[in-house]
Design a protein around this ligand. Structure first.
Ligand SMILES: Nc1ncnc2c1ncn2[C@@H]1O[C@H](COP(=O)(O)OP(=O)(O)O)[C@@H](O)[C@H]1O
Ligand code: SF4
Ligand SMILES: [Mg+2]
Length: 321
């Protein structure tokens, strides 16, 4: 069985007045059907850029977009990298792959009723009748635990958790196979966050959904992810199944990320990672993590880019292995 999604050496750079930002710089991974992969890493590592790249929502200032993004759809291969914007809109976005954008619950249009926000894309893009669209919207609301009378309400009348459920309803409405979730709970309080995570688990099971969950919160990732990808400065430093990863993170950056998680139950000294994520205009040569890495090998790590090695179930880009 081929994987659901395959990325091969994907790059996406931005043009800016200060130079070219290498936000996604040679990313490769596979995602299986029904699998949830979390992409974790600090802010500014290129996680959101990667999400936009996968559904080919590229901004005007894109400087480079290359590599291969393959979506395997019941025997057919959709080569996203080669499809026109129109084809992506007609065949892929929302129907095969949908996305919950970072902070999207706060970008619902405040003067449009929930009904109009949900059914407008169905009527305009999918050419459905109003009745068909309302029926689909009601079913989607039901799936996310909301009553259909919510359709008549305005976003400002809803709590944060309810708004996030509306956004999720939009994402699953067209029965996609993959949902990309960019920091889906970061604007919510912890209780609501837990409820939304439970909802995501239910939906995954019910519809055999695959997820790419983008988050800076590795503890959150641990709750749902089957697989973890650690992103640092535009590249994946490590990819491993979650059980392997949390038992034995291999990459020094992964180890630092895990050491920085506070726990309530154990006495633990919380470490912080010294230094900052580098600028992606002139990233450090060799291993991009070398200026912050306690194990950096001089003359090697600061010169040569590490190759990805398979180490006991993890794919890790580090010269220590
Ligand atoms: N539209 C854009 N134009 C230029 N640079 C951008 C744009 N969007 C993001 N960036 C830059 O790309 C890098 C990665 O950003 P982003 O993908 O948002 O990271 P993350 O989601 O991990 O915080 C950052 O340096 C950011 O400033
Ligand atoms: S390649 Fe070198 S600098 Fe990079 S993470 Fe490994 S040891 Fe550290
Ligand atoms: Mg982001």
């Amino acid at each position: 069985m081929p994987p659901l999604l395959e990325l091969r050496n994907v790059k996406m750079y931005y043009n800016t007045s200060r130079g070219v930002v290498k936000a996604v710089d040679g990313v490769s991974f596979t995602l299986e059907k029904g699998e949830a992969m979390a992409i974790v890493g600090e802010s500014g590592c290129g996680k959101s850029s990667l999400a936009f790249t996968i559904i080919k929502l590229l901004p005007k200032n894109v400087a480079e977009f290359s590599g291969e993004i393959l979506f395997h759809d019941d025997g057919e291969v959709l080569e996203i990298t080669k499809m026109s914007d129109d084809e992506i809109r007609r065949r892929v976005r929302w129907k095969k792959i949908s996305m919950v954008f970072q902070a999207s619950m706060n970008s619902l249009n405040p003067v449009l009723r929930v009904e109009d926000q949900l059914i407008e894309p169905l009527i305009h893009h999918q050419k459905l009748s109003r009745e068909e669209a309302v029926k689909i919207a009601e079913e989607a609301l039901y799936s996310v635990g909301l009553a259909k009378d919510l359709l008549a309400r305005y976003p400002f009348e809803l709590s944060g958790g309810m708004r996030q459920r509306v956004v999720l309803a939009m994402a699953i409405m067209m029965k996609p196979k993959l949902v990309i979730l960019d920091e889906p709970t970061s604007a919510l309080d912890v209780i609501t966050q837990a409820n939304i995570m439970n909802l995501l688990k239910d939906l995954k099971q019910k519809f055999n959904l695959s997820y790419i969950l983008i988050t800076h919160d590795i503890a959150l990732a641990s709750e749902i992810a089957d697989k973890i990808g650690v992103m640092y400065a535009g590249k994946l430093a490590e990819i491993a199944m979650a059980d392997v990863f949390f038992r034995e993170p291999r990459h020094p950056y992964s180890q630092k990320l895990l050491a920085a998680i506070p726990t309530l139950r154990e006495e633990k000294v919380i470490e912080h990672i010294p230094g900052d994520v580098p600028s992606l205009i002139n990233p450090p040569p060799g291993c991009r993590f070398h200026p912050r890495c306690p194990y950096a090998i001089r003359g090697k790590c600061d010169v040569e880019e590490p190759v990805v090695k398979r180490v006991d179930g993890s794919n890790v880009a580090c010269w220590l292995y």
